[in-house]
Structures are given as structure tokens and as C-alpha cells.
Design a protein around this ligand. Structure first.
Ligand SMILES: [Zn+2]
Ligand SMILES: [Zn+2]
Length: 612
């Protein structure tokens, strides 16, 4: 993958969607297309209500911006003394009181000087800054609700009495205007809905999402950890998590080999010059780690992408048309320095292993290669249980200066992408003007347990790197031709995939992926010998198991295995030992009596088929 575009700057982004409300400043003031969506109006109005309550309770608090976001709203404040989540109850009560007072939302158009005076006398420095930086012309729009005044275009609800079904959720840190060099403010998040029922449903959803949260489950199930001494954004895969990853990688690599990919191993670092040639050093520098410079003049760079290494592999020999398409693949480590405020568990990290491939092909082969890439991504999704996704085709617009390459190349590439999707009967959205500057792409958008959308798989057509690296192949007529390059990520990064799967299965991974597939539980010491024989058979069948021979009561052992969401418990009592049977209990509580061999065969079958 060449790399995505950096999103608009923002402070803490945890709860925000990738939608249009990520930039608080734009949403609150300076947004000339302020939304008429009743839900946005409701939430934006509730944000005002929050700020009104805060300024009553904390008269010296300064307020920043308060836009609606997906499912709710936030408002940023500077408090003279820090507040915590335990203060939210009191703030919410004050909001309810103000709501009942039936204060109208009143719009006022005032002169710039009047607006500055209004906020100056209130000591609201952030609003002064916004007026100075964001407001053009002499007319300023304010909204007043009782004593509280905000710099705002609206629209708003009629009265605070229209705000009934809301709840404050949490506090987070956020830099003023998303800039780490600016002061850190306290962001209060809340949610608001038109009806009590919708509010209740949303709160239930949040509760469920929290139970699924991969950071919580990652800790409870000992899958991974983040340690301050190693550093944020650099998660450590603990044995159980590393087992899941090994299975994922085996699955991915085996499938790719079967589909004609050539798997390589290339180093995590390269000379900086390689990224100068690829253009990353110029165009992608803000993501990259600073280069390592040595006394002998060597300059090495932790790679932000794998493409240049794979190009070097391609160029290791003069290629013939007979070798094309050449699909070079690797689960390659990439290093990108994400800002600390955006890091989150396995989801946003500073080093990740990407299921990456670069396909070098002739223009005639492009369409089939795009299709093949989509088919592979679909297959991975089906097996892994990624059920909710959509396609987004990012095309270019007519602003010629923004795009590299010729008209003809773009047409060919965009046609290949859209025809591939259409011929496969897949519907898709088009994002005009959203292409990468070097070519169009298809993104596979997935929604996680928190309803956050992320790009899992991507297929990008690239005519630029082949130019920059002067790639060639010998055509049938003996002439030298330029191949097309497809950057393709089918299963995404191992880190993000893992975080998705943890939440998708709430830790109850399918048997083929689960770190421990069977727990053998002898009821008493007398079954110790039989337990060893069952264990030997499981080992022989290449299943992952543990024998729980602690001197605990059986019920306790069962509870512990259930807490770890282990697919099968093989419970062994005197009767089982005598008949060489096992009493099998699965994690949903079903119990069966099977011969040892039946049981082993059944689990092996399930694992081999990678059943969900
Ligand atoms: Zn690439
Ligand atoms: Zn407003």
C-alpha cells in the first residue's frame, strides 16, 4: 500500500466517525453549509445546553467548540481545576434544570466589535480567537440561551425545553483546534435523541460495545498488552494473542500461495534514498520516523510502506511478459509515527504488519487482477466473519493539477475498478475527487463494534511508481514495456484485524483461531492417567489444549474455561475413563457424550474447515 491521506487534524478522535463532523471548528463556525438535519440540530443544541450548565457551575471555565458528532455531541472546555467523570452527574442535573426553564434559543446578528466585546467581558479567549481567525466580514452570528452566549450560525431548536433525552457520557483530553502545541482542553461527550426509546437503545448499545471493547477483552483474555516502557502504540502480542495471529497468518499466506502469489521477506528498514525515489520521503514525511543517520554517511529509514522493497524484488531480474502478472506478497511490518492522542490498543498503532501485495501486470491484465484482488478480500471476509462492509470507489475529479498521470491511464484504471465491481455484482459508492494522487482505488469499508468505519482492504491502481522506478518487462514482440502496478491489501493489518475479530467474536474466536481449543478436566485424581491419554491424542491431532488438573472443584474449572471462552471442555470422570469416552461441554453450554475418537475427529474437522 502506498499509504492513505492524513485526516483533518483533530484532538482525541476516539468516538468520532470518519464522517464530516470530525473537525469541530468547521462544524461550529465557519461552516457555510450548516446542517438542517433535525438530529444534528438537536445535538448541537444540547451541546449549547451543556456549555450553559458548565458556565453556571464553573464561572471561570472557558469554552471552545461544541459540534454534533456521530450519535451525539461534545463540547471542549478549559477548567481552572480539572474535572472528572464523577462531576458529570451534577453538570447533567444542571442541564435538566435549564431545559425545564424553557429558555429560548435566540439568534443575534451583531457587529464584529460587539461580538468581541461580548466575549471579552466574559473572558472567553477561545471565542475571541475564533472570531479573529474564522469570521469574515463585519457581521457575527450569536446564539443566546438565557445568560449563555455562543458564537454560532445555528440553526437550533426553539427552546431548551425541546431537549429532553440526553446523557453525558465521558470526558477526554483534546487539544485546542487539534494542535498539540496548543493548550489541552477537557472534552465532555454526550448523546442526545428525539425519543426516550432511542436514547435507551443507544445506551444499551454503548454498554454492549464496551463489553466488546478489544482493549478490555485483550486484557481480560491476556491477548495483548501495551507497556509504557516499550511505548504507546507498540502493542505486545502475549502468547494467546500470538497464537491467534500465527493462525491468521498461516491462513492468509496459504490462501495467497494457492492463488499464485509469491511470498517474500524483506527488511523493515531501507536506505532513505529508496523513499526519495518512491516519493515517500517528500510526500509522506509527516507519517515517517525520522531517518537514522550514521557517522559513515549511511541514512536508514524505518519503512512506512512495503512497495519499494517489492519493486526491488521485481527488478531483481529482467522480467518477461510470460512472468506477468507477478504477484509479490508479504506480511510486512510498517512504521508510521501516529500522534500519541490518536493511539488506541491494537487499533491505532505505530508499527503494524500489513497483509500487503503488489501485482505487476500488463494493462490488459489489469481488470482480472483487480477482480482477483476483490475476490480474495471477499473470501477472507467470509471466512473471518467480516459481515458488514461496503465498497467505496475513489475516483479523481476534473482539477487536472491534482493528479499525476495521463487522461488515458486514469480512464483505464477507473474503468478497471468499476467494471470489476459491476461484473461481480457488487454495489459501491463513488467518492469523486477522493482518489490518491497517483491513481484511483477501491476501499473495503468495515464497521466495528463501536460502529466506527475503517478501511480494511484496498485495491489501488498505480501508474506512478512504475515510472519513478523505470519498471519494465519484455513484451512478446521483444520491445520493452512498462507494467502497471496494483497495491492490494486483502485482510488489512494484523493489528487492526485482530482488534476487529476480538470485538466481532467478543473473545469467543472460532475454534480454528482460538488460543486454546480444548480444556481437559479430570474430575478427580483417579482420572489423571486417562487425562494424560486424552491429552496425548489431542497433541497428536495438532489441537491446542490444556489439562486443568488443579485441585479445584469441577464447577470452578468449568467457570474458568467459560470465562476464557474456550470452545470445548472434555470432562473426564470414572465412567468416561472406563468407556474411553469424553463428556463434552461446549462454550454455549451444550453437552454430549462421545467416544474420545469421535470427539477428536469432530474438532479436527471443524478446525480444518475453519468453521465459524
Ligand atoms: Zn504499496
Ligand atoms: Zn452552536
Amino acid at each position: 500500500m502506498w499509504g492513505g491521506r492524513r485526516k483533518a487534524p483533530g484532538g482525541e478522535k476516539g468516538a468520532l466517525s470518519s464522517g464530516s463532523y470530525t473537525d469541530g471548528l468547521m462544524a461550529d463556525y465557519g461552516n457555510h453549509e450548516s446542517s438542517d438535519d433535525p438530529l444534528h440540530i438537536l445535538r448541537h443544541s444540547t451541546a449549547h445546553l451543556l456549555a450553559a450548565a458548565v458556565t453556571e457551575l464553573y464561572p471561570d471555565a472557558k469554552y471552545g467548540v461544541g459540534p454534533p458528532v456521530q450519535d451525539g455531541f461534545y463540547y471542549d472546555f478549559a477548567f481552572s481545576k480539572p474535572i472528572s467523570e464523577s462531576d458529570l452527574g451534577a453538570i447533567e442535573s444542571r442541564m435538566r434544570r435549564i431545559a425545564q426553564e424553557d429558555r429560548p434559543f435566540v439568534r443575534e446578528l451583531v457587529s464584529r466589535e460587539q461580538a468581541l466585546e461580548e466575549f471579552r467581558k466574559r473572558g472567553q479567549d477561545y471565542k475571541l480567537e475564533l472570531i479573529n481567525d474564522k469570521v469574515e466580514g463585519d457581521e457575527v452570528s450569536l446564539y443566546r440561551t438565557g445568560e449563555f452566549v455562543d458564537l454560532c450560525r445555528g440553526p437550533h431548536v426553539r427552546s431548551t425545553k425541546d431537549l429532553k433525552f440526553f446523557k453525558l457520557l465521558r470526558v477526554a483530553g483534546a487539544y485546542w483546534r487539534g494542535d498539540e502545541k496548543k493548550p489541552q482542553l477537557t472534552r465532555i461527550y454526550g448523546t442526545a435523541w428525539p425519543t426516550a426509546k432511542e436514547l435507551e437503545e443507544h445506551l444499551k448499545f454503548l454498554e454492549e460495545a464496551e463489553k466488546r471493547d478489544h482493549k478490555k477483552l485483550g486484557k481480560d483474555l491476556k491477548l495483548f498488552m501495551v507497556d509504557e516502557r516499550v511505548g504507546p502504540g507498540l502493542p505486545i502480542w502475549l502468547p494467546a494473542g500470538a497464537t491467534v495471529r500465527r493462525e491468521l497468518e498461516r491462513f492468509i499466506v496459504d490462501e495467497e500461495l494457492a492463488r499464485g502469489y509469491l511470498h517474500v521477506r524483506t527488511p523493515d528498514v531501507a536506505r532513505l534514498d529508496l523513499y526519495r525515489q518512491s516519493g515517500h520521503a517528500q510526500l509522506y514525511a509527516e507519517y515517517m520516523y525520522p531517518p537514522m543517520r550514521f557517522e559513515d554517511g549511511e541514512e536508514l529509514e524505518l519503512r512506512p510502506v512495503n512497495c519499494p522493497h517489492h519493486i526491488v524484488v521485481y527488478q531483481s531480474e529482467l522480467r518477461s511478459y510470460r512472468e506477468l502478472p507477478m504477484r509479490i506478497a508479504e506480511i510486512g511490518n510498517n512504521w508510521r509515527y501516529e500522534r500519541s492522542g490518536t493511539l488506541s490498543g491494537m487499533n491505532r498503532v505505530r508499527a503494524f504488519a500489513l497483509n500487503d501485495a503488489h501485482i505487476f501486470c500488463t494493462p490488459d491484465q489489469l481488470m482480472d487482477e483487480v477482480k482477483g484482488s476483490i475476490e480474495l478480500a471477499l473470501y477472507f471476509s467470509k471466512v473471518l466473519g467480516i459481515d458488514e462492509f461496503s465498497y467505496r470507489l475513489s475516483a479523481r475529479d476534473d482539477v487536472k493539477e491534482k493528479w499525476l498521470g495521463t487522461e488515458e491511464q486514469w480512464q483505464l484504471a477507473q474503468a478497471a475498478l468499476s467494471e470489476a465491481l459491476e461484473s461481480m455484482g457488487q454495489s459501491y459508492e463513488i467518492g469523486v475527487g477522493e482518489a490518491a494522487f497517483y491513481g484511483p482505488k477501491i476501499d473495503f469499508q468495515v464497521r466495528d463494534a463501536h460502529r466506527r468505519e475503517f478501511t480494511n482492504s484496498t485495491v489501488q491502481v498505480d501508474f506512478q511508481l512504475p515510472e519513478r522506478f523505470d519498471l519494465e518487462y519484455v513484451a512478446e514482440d521483444g520491445s520493452r514495456q512498462r507494467p502497471v502496478m496494483v497495491h492490494r491489501g486483502a485482510a488489512g493489518s494484523m493489528e487492526r484485524l485482530f482488534s476487529y475479530l476480538i470485538e466481532r467474536y467478543v473473545g469467543a474466536f472460532p475454534t480454528w483461531l482460538h488460543p486454546v481449543q480444548v480444556i481437559v478436566i479430570p474430575i478427580t485424581d483417579a482420572e489423571g492417567e486417562y487425562a494424560r491419554r486424552v491429552a496425548a491424542r489431542l497433541r497428536e491431532a495438532n489441537l491446542r489444549f490444556e489439562v486443568d488438573d488443579r485441585s479445584e472443584r469441577m464447577q470452578r474449572k468449568i467457570r474458568d474455561a467459560q470465562a476464557r471462552k474456550v470452545p470445548y471442555m472434555a470432562i473426564l470422570g470414572a465412567r468416561e475413563a472406563e468407556s474411553t469416552h469424553v463428556n463434552v461441554r461446549d462454550r454455549s453450554g451444550n453437552q454430549t457424550d462421545e467416544s474420545q475418537e469421535e470427539f477428536v475427529q469432530r474438532v479436527v474437522q471443524e478446525v480444518t474447515e475453519r468453521r465459524r
